[in-house]
Design a binder for this molecule. Structure first.
Ligand SMILES: [Zn+2]
Length: 495
């Protein structure tokens, strides 16, 4: 057997050899019951402790033989017989405790011994006893992880706090930094900034609510621009397709000199009112109103041709033209569904606003006839024509609401709902105001009242139901007519 003397050979070479051999040669069972030493450099030897003095350990391994190791090179001495180590400690602890007067170094030495022999809790207790005897014992404080702040030894956490540090995510950082973190700031290259500034510093750009690279932003901008241009072209194309110059010419041929055409998105106006602003404003207003017709009936109509509106500067000329076309002129306007272009026809009434009441009314007939249905009685058609008139909340449309309210309060003009729905066209003579007003307010109630509970069913009834049938309406809405009449009256009379 080769006998090594660690003092005569470099320790590292010896240990490397010993480790390699022992790992190969020792069966697992013997490893478990072996003593072991661990060096401060991390190396480990397994074998048997022969003896131990204050400074040295005599240690033998099967392969490297017996050697004398200096305790100051060791981090851990691991005896297989743990009970013996504990008993050894207990004996030494009793001796240290018995000293009179107490000696700090005796406890300190025992603490070191306990630590070296793997008795962590016992070591800590002896370090505490060391400090109890000698409060400024530096080694004991260091071993316990204490730090000296302003001449005072403090436990590690207290020391950090005393230094103005706070703990964040397991790390001690200056309090000022923690406050910045709490405010949501981030540290980038030694500079505090907001998350947005940090992203900007990294060269990112915000597009909508997303951060992207400058290249991605440029790409997105390019795409958005292209999309917008495409959409604009599509809209223009749709408008151009709708605007048929031949129809303009045909219409102008039927009208006196002085009429001009102003095309919009959905409508085109033919008028002899010379004010160009009036013409543009009327067309624009009607274009903006067009979606309301769609929304009212729950449809998505998109006219293939611009819908014509004729506005005569003078009422007599309007009346004469209607008669010439074989249609009796309405009081304010009319919808000429017998004409090839099916125009809404009216005359300029006081100002743009008043003229628009009629334009929306006749535009309503035009829309319903072309995109909803062309049957049904006056309560349906004139009710809606009237319903589309106001540019204010319905309750504030006195010219219709005042007579309707008076009738609902027991005025003799009142038409029971059953009559209104089933006989409205034959009732028109002598009852026009009530047919218009009651029709408009029943539409108003069923589309917007009662928390909207009738809206969808009523829209479907308007599109496909038997429009003048009371039983069909009751079935569609799931309500009996007397109850509906009561609800409608209360709704209209409220306020
Ligand atoms: Zn009408």
């Amino acid at each position: 057997m080769y006998t090594a003397n660690p003092r005569s050979r470099p320790l590292r070479a010896l240990l490397a050899g010993a480790l390699a051999l022992s790992a190969l040669a020792l069966p697992a069972a013997r490893l478990a019951s072996a003593d072991a030493v661990e060096f401060k450099n991390g190396s480990r030897l397994e074998g048997r402790i022969i003896s131990e003095s204050d400074d040295e350990v005599k240690f033998t391994t099967a392969d490297a033989g017996t050697m004398t190791l200096r305790k100051r090179d060791l981090k851990l001495i691991e005896r297989a017989d743990k009970d013996a180590v504990k008993a050894d400690f207990a004996r030494q602890a009793a001796a240290a405790a018995a000293l009179q007067p107490p000696k700090a170094d005796a406890h300190a030495r025992l603490a070191e011994w306990a630590a070296l022999h793997g008795l962590r809790d016992e070591a800590e207790a002896e370090w505490e006893k060391t400090i109890a005897v000698q409060p400024d014992h530096a080694a004991a404080h260091a071993a316990l992880g204490h730090e000296k702040v302003g001449g005072k030894w403090l436990p590690a956490d207290e020391a950090k706090r005393a230094q103005g540090l706070v703990k964040r995510d397991g790390k001690w950082i200056p309090k000022a930094d923690a406050e910045k973190l709490d405010r949501g700031l981030v540290l980038v290259d030694g500079k505090w900034m907001t998350p947005d500034e940090a992203k900007t510093a990294k060269g990112l750009v915000k597009v909508g609510d997303r951060w992207v690279t400058a290249a991605e932003a440029a790409e997105a901008e390019k795409k958005a621009k292209a999309d917008a241009e495409r959409k604009k072209k599509e809209e223009e194309a749709a408008r151009n397709a709708r605007h048929d110059a031949k129809e303009d010419e045909a219409l102008l041929k039927e009208l006196a000199a002085g009429f001009k055409i102003t095309p919009g998105e959905f409508y085109r106006l033919a008028t002899d009112v010379e004010d160009a602003k009036f013409a543009t404003d009327l067309v624009t207003s009607m274009d903006r109103f067009f979606p309301t017709y769609n929304d009212t009936f729950g449809v998505k109509a998109s006219p293939k041709k611009l819908l014509p509106i004729l506005v005569f500067k003078a009422k007599p000329a309007y009346e004469a033209w209607c008669r010439a076309k074989g249609s009796p002129p309405g009081g304010y306007g009319t919808y000429l569904n017998g004409h090839p272009q099916k125009p809404a026809v009216l005359y300029f009434d006081t100002d743009l606003r008043a003229t628009l009441y009629t334009a929306r009314h006749e535009g309503g007939h035009q829309f319903m006839h072309q995109f909803v249905r062309d049957d049904g009685g006056a309560w349906f058609h004139e009710g809606f024509g009237t319903y589309f008139e106001p540019d204010v909340e319905w309750r504030k449309y006195p010219h219709v609401m005042d007579p309707v309210r008076a009738a609902l309060r027991g005025g003799k003009a009142f038409l029971p709902l059953a009559d209104l729905i089933s006989k409205s066209s034959s009732l028109m003579a002598g009852n026009q105001e009530m047919v218009y007003g009651e029709g408009a307010t029943i539409h108003w109630y069923l589309l917007t009242g009662a928390g909207g509970k009738y809206k969808t069913a009523y829209q479907e009834f308007l599109r496909k139901g038997s429009i003048d049938s009371v039983p069909a309406l009751e079935k569609a809405l799931g309500v009996k007519l007397p109850d509906l009449e009561k609800e409608w009256k209360e709704f209209v009379l409220a306020k």
